[in-house]
Design a protein around this ligand. Structure first.
Ligand SMILES: Cc1ncc(COP(=O)(O)O)c(C=O)c1O
Length: 281
């Protein structure tokens, strides 16, 4: 695998960063994940806009040609189905100090991992999820590399025999450990509004566009536990998982425990969108 580090492409084995890097010492950095289908990045512009938003929020100035890095990385890694990962940290410093250093030399790292996109909708299986208290910080719109809370919440789900955790703050659904959450009730699609309590998913925005185009009403409102428990369908979305149906929640079936028809419609539109991207339409 060829990766990018601070201006050069190299085999992953040769890429090295300092132990004094603030990413290593403080988790002081941000990242981005861009899905690539047959060599074509999906919604690259939106991913790069969100990256800039994260960089601005952590007061880190970086001059990079992201499009060139992503394009070259895709080519160097065979141009198939990939998930491109970009990470920028505040770089290495002479002395460990919380306060921001005066001069910063960011560490810029990028890699492309193979990934298997959803292809056969009939083969998709619903997942089990549990609800957990959202105990993260209040700047979740930053795609921070400080993922310890998300890691622990996901682990909590695993230990409960579930594949994901649906996070609740003050009785309302925020998102999942590494995905956004959608709730369908009476053919209306609900998802949390984009604010400091969630990471505004690029997939989330695309899903909302697609379900609106398919004629469904969308409400960007935080769902209560009552709505979640009464849902006809629950889905989660992310760049590498697309749209995943949740068919069991806290040990009880979601509606009749089967994958719902609106998920199917949304996913069909998602697949068409991917095909158009690959065809260059
Ligand atoms: C906490 C969180 N929310 C939402 C998402 C979904 O974002 P996207 O659709 O841009 O992948 C992710 C993706 O990693 C995430 O980590």
């Amino acid at each position: 695998m060829s990766v990018y580090l601070n201006g050069a492409f190299m085999p992953v084995e040769e890429a090295q960063v300092s132990v004094l890097d603030r990413g290593f010492l403080f988790g002081d950095g941000v990242y981005e994940v861009i899905p690539v289908y047959a060599g074509k990045p999906l919604r690259l512009e939106q991913h790069l806009q969100r990256l800039q938003q994260s960089l601005d929020a952590i007061k880190l100035t970086v001059q990079e040609d992201w499009v060139a890095i992503v394009t070259d990385l895709i080519e160097l890694n065979g141009g198939g189905n990939l998930s491109v990962y970009l990470q920028i940290t505040r770089g290495a410093e002479a002395k460990r100090d919380h306060a921001l250093p005066e001069s910063v030399f960011p560490t810029i790292f990028a890699m492309a991992n193979p990934f298997t996109p959803v292809q056969d909708l009939d083969a998709v299986k619903g997942i089990k999820a549990i609800t957990v208290e959202d105990n993260r910080w209040l700047q979740c719109f930053i795609k921070s590399i400080c993922l310890q809370p998300n890691v622990l919440l996901k682990q909590q789900a695993s230990e409960a025999g579930a594949q994901d955790a649906i996070l609740m703050r003050d009785g309302l659904v925020t998102e999942a450990a590494a995905a956004n959450v959608f709730i369908v009730k009476d053919r209306i699609v609900y998802t949390a509004p984009k604010n400091h309590l969630i990471l505004g998913g690029i997939t989330r925005d695309l899903v909302l566009e697609l379900v609106r185009e398919a004629g469904f009403e969308v409400r960007e409102e935080s769902a209560s536990r009552e709505l979640l428990e009464a849902a006809d369908e629950v889905w989660i979305s992310s760049s590498t998982r697309e749209i995943v149906p949740v068919t069991e929640l806290d040990g009880k079936p979601v509606a009749n425990g089967e994958i719902g028809p609106i998920w199917y419609t949304a996913m069909q539109h998602y697949q068409t969108y991917k095909q158009q991207l690959i065809a260059g339409e």
